[in-house]
Structure formats: C-alpha cells, structure tokens
Design a protein around this ligand. Structure first.
Ligand code: FAD
Ligand code: UDP
Length: 406
C-alpha cells in the first residue's frame, strides 16, 4: 500500500485535511491518532445509560462562516440549538453573558434597555489600555461585576489571575444591554443531528483514507514521517520541546447519570464563586443534543495543571515561546502544522475547520510530495464502516500530477 500524506491527529483539523486531500485532490492518506477514536476533543459517544455525551466536555457548534457550514453539511444534518448559560451568583441563577435581566435581578433594579449602558459606564474603570482579561471586564462593567462573574471563574479555569491573561480570554464573553440570554449570537448555531462522531465517520469514509487509531506518530517509521506530513497535535511535542514545554491547561471531566429526566434549567450552569466549588461549570447533555431519555447525564469540569492538553494559555510569554516553535515549524520542510494545539491558538471548532480548509487550499497549490511506501507491518488500521455514509461527493479530484499511485 502507498500513501501520499500522513495526517497526524483525527480531530477537526486532521479529519478535514484528510477528507479534502483524498476527495478533493485524489491523494492517498493515512490518518493516525494516538487515541482510540476519531474526532479529537469533539468526540461524542453513548454512555452506559444510552445518553449521548461529549467525552472531552461540552461542544456547541456556532459560526458566522457560511463556507464552514456548507462544508460540514456534506457530512451531517443539523439540529438547531441555541445555548443558554446561567451563572450561580449570590445564591441566584442569572444569565451570563451579563444582560439587562442579570443586572436587574442581581441588584433588585428595574432598569430599561436604554439605561443600562450608562449604568455600566458609571461603574467601568477608565484604563489606558485593555491589555489583560481583568482590564477587559473592569474597563467595561466595573469591578463588582468582574469579581462576581469573572475573577473566580477565571482563576479556577486557568490557575491564573485574569490580570495575567490576555484580554482575548474574557473578551470571548460579551456584555449585553438587552435581554438576549443566548451564549452565542452567531448566525449559525446547531448541533450535528447524529452527533460529531457520526459526522467524522462519514468524512473519512473514503477508499483512499486509511485510519490508524491507537497510533502515536513517533511510532511510525521515519521514512513515512519524512514525506508529506500534516501535524495537528501539540507543536512543542512534535519537536521534542527543545525550547521547553508550551503551557496548556487541562481539565478533568466528572460525569454523573441521574434517574430523573432533567437536572438543569439550561444547557450549562457556571460557577464563578471560587470559594464555593472547585469546578467551573456543569452541563446537561440532553439540552444540547435534544435526546429524549427518561434519565439524564451531566458533566462537571475540574481544571487541572496536568493532563491532556486542552487549552493553549493566551498570555505574552507563552506567545513568545510559541513564536520560537512557529519559526522552527516554518524551517521544517514537508510538515504542515494546523489546528488548535499545532498553532497554539484558542480556536473554536469552526475556526479550526476554516484554518484546515485554508491549509488544504495551500497544499493543493503546492506540488504533491513524493509517494512513500508504507511498511508491510503497520499499526492497527481500522476504517469506520458507517453504512449510512452520506459523504456527498464534493469537488471532483483533479488528475494526479507529479506522483503516480499504482
Ligand atoms: P484536537 O481535537 O485536540 O485533535 C488533535 C488530535 O491529535 C487528538 O485527537 C490527539 O489525540 C491527536 N494527537 C496529538 N498528538 C498526537 C501524536 N503524537 N500522535 C498521534 N495523534 C496525536 N469549540 C467550539 O466551537 N464550541 C465549543 O463549545 C467548544 N467547547 C470546548 C470545550 C472544551 C472542554 C474544550 C477542551 C474545547 C472546546 N472547544 C469548543 C474547542 C474544540 O475542542 C477545538 O476547537 C477543536 O476540537 C480542535 O480540533 P483540533 O483538530 O485542532 O484538535
Ligand atoms: N468566563 C468567566 N466567567 C464565566 C464565563 C467565562 O470568567 O461565567 C471567562 C473565563 O476566563 C473563561 C473565558 O471567559 O475561560 C471564556 O469562556 P468560554 O465559555 O468561552 O470558555 P470555553 O467554553 O472555551 O471553556
């Protein structure tokens, strides 16, 4: 068997690239992941009770990128879903992002929409620039709301004070003067109707994509690694950390199934009080998936310093360290780095898909690499056998140039 490209990591980044290279460019692709499943951190599965859960924490799809929706819609239908989150503050569950109802309920006020901007302005601190995650909130709504909603949550989530994190982290959460209580306002908000894993299985259901699970790229033969590699794991790990480890934040997920149909009033309840509980949020999956079931499963997220790398940590010194790895990556011919861990960016799923599609277009513009022989003895190779594969044919494969594949 021959391969044109080895794609390392079967999350969104790797699966999109593999799918495009095979279907769009006619390449033969080996897609490897050290985990035992497709989908990376977006992997979902049915738990023992038969409830669809996200093994690596709640994943809610939302985007303004039409091209990303069009692309993924080749592999899944969608169930519209607007995520809502309540924060437990002073014994009450109030909407986050902070909106008119949040302020009125918390402070026993009856402000109107046109009055709230002034109310925030009276409390906002005047700062020369909004550099940190503390600045971003305090400069917008003042210190009291910052301490109630952001300080404790952020210190738990990141193990750092908001003053030590880039403004971009808390800026993910808007502040509203109206009563909109949706967590996201993107034009497209929906969940894959049969789940993420079913979608990924359809993406790789192609004769020219071989999937090798339980396989670390370091165990691949050097000959195979040296030609046409796309890497989507942690970039520092790829190089053996010559400049030291890039910091990532990890989480422990604790699942509970209850003998009741519903536990939470909305998809997620946030716990910004640092002293009350050590976890950051609780999510009830049935809100997200729309599954009907007499029981229910929730997950709580406990932030950890050690464990699987889930979050790049946005702060200047980490960015500076990443730049050294990026420079090294650029000097490494034949290897393309794409995805949240490989480019050290706090990206949502849709941003990773957009990045992967853009990377594919660049690869398509380049000459195909030399075809490499796969060794006779390969790690366990499994190809998902979704009979329902609805992978609509997309751009037809151009004639192969440069490399002949027997
Ligand atoms: P990953 O999904 O991390 O995939 C990388 C893969 O590479 C992994 O499967 C890993 O096993 C594999 N790999 C790494 N090293 C090696 C190696 N040496 N050999 C072989 N394989 C290797 N985004 C949203 O849009 N909405 C959300 O609601 C949302 N919620 C999130 C909640 C949590 C708790 C987390 C952690 C993330 C969330 N995200 C969300 C972000 C989302 O998970 C990412 O944007 C997306 O999954 C990144 O895809 P990726 O392919 O870049 O990386
Ligand atoms: N955040 C917070 N309080 C909240 C929600 C979010 O302080 O109630 C901060 C926190 O630093 C968090 C960041 O905003 O890490 C981004 O929140 P988001 O919900 O986007 O985090 P993710 O889903 O990526 O974990």
């Amino acid at each position: 068997m021959r391969v044109d490209r080895v794609v390392i990591g079967a999350g969104f980044a790797g699966t999109v690239i593999a799918e495009r290279l095979a279907r769009g460019l006619g390449e033969r692709v080996l897609l490897v992941d050290r985990r035992s499943h497709l989908g990376g951190n977006a992997y979902d599965e049915h738990d023992e009770a038969g409830i669809l859960v996200h093994r690596y924490g709640p994943h809610i799809f939302h985007t303004n990128a039409t091209r990303v929706v069009e692309y993924l819609s080749r592999f899944t239908e969608w169930r519209p879903y607007q995520h809502r989150v309540l924060a437990r503050v002073r014994g009450q569950l109030v909407p986050i992002p902070i909106n008119l109802d949040t302020v009125n309920r918390l402070f026993s006020l009856s402000l109107r929409e046109d009055e709230l901007e002034d109310w925030f302005a009276e409390r906002a601190e005047t700062l020369p620039r909004l550099r940190t995650s503390e600045d971003a909130v305090v400069g917008r709504v003042g210190r009291e709301l910052y301490e109630l909603f952001f300080r404790g949550y952020t210190r738990k989530q990141w193990g750092l004070d908001p003053s030590e994190l880039d403004a971009s982290v808390t800026s993910r959460i808007p502040v509203r003067t109206n009563r909109d209580d949706r967590y996201f306002t993107d034009t497209f908000q929906a969940m894959p109707r049969e789940g993420y894993t079913a979608m990924f299985a359809r993406m790789v259901d192609h004769p020219d994509i071989k999937v090798a699970l339980d396989t670390d790229f370091r165990d691949l033969p050097v000959t195979l690694r040296s030609a046409g590699v796309v890497f989507t794991g942690p970039v520092d790990e790829f190089f053996g950390q010559p400049f030291g480890p890039l910091p990532y934040r990890s989480l422990e997920f604790r699942f509970e199934t209850h003998d009741t149909p519903w536990l939470l009033p909305v998809g997620t309840v946030n716990e910004p009080d640092e002293t009350a509980v050590p976890y950051t949020r609780t999510t009830e999956f049935k809100h997200l998936t729309g599954q009907q079931h007499p029981r229910t499963t929730i997950v709580r997220e406990y932030p950890r310093a050690d464990g699987d790398p889930y979050y790049p940590i946005p702060r200047p010194e980490n960015q500076a360290l990443y730049e050294r790895y990026r420079a090294l990556a650029e000097r490494t011919p034949g290897v393309t780095f794409v995805g949240r861990l490989a480019t050290y960016r706090y990206y949502n799923m849709d941003q990773v898909v957009a990045q992967a599609l853009a990377t594919y277009r660049k690869l398509a513009d380049e000459r195909l690499p030399a075809t490499t022989d796969l060794p006779a003895k390969m790690p366990r190779v499994s190809i998902p056998t979704t009979s329902t594969a609805a992978a609509a044919s997309t751009a037809s494969a151009p004639a192969r140039s440069g490399t002949t594949i027997p």
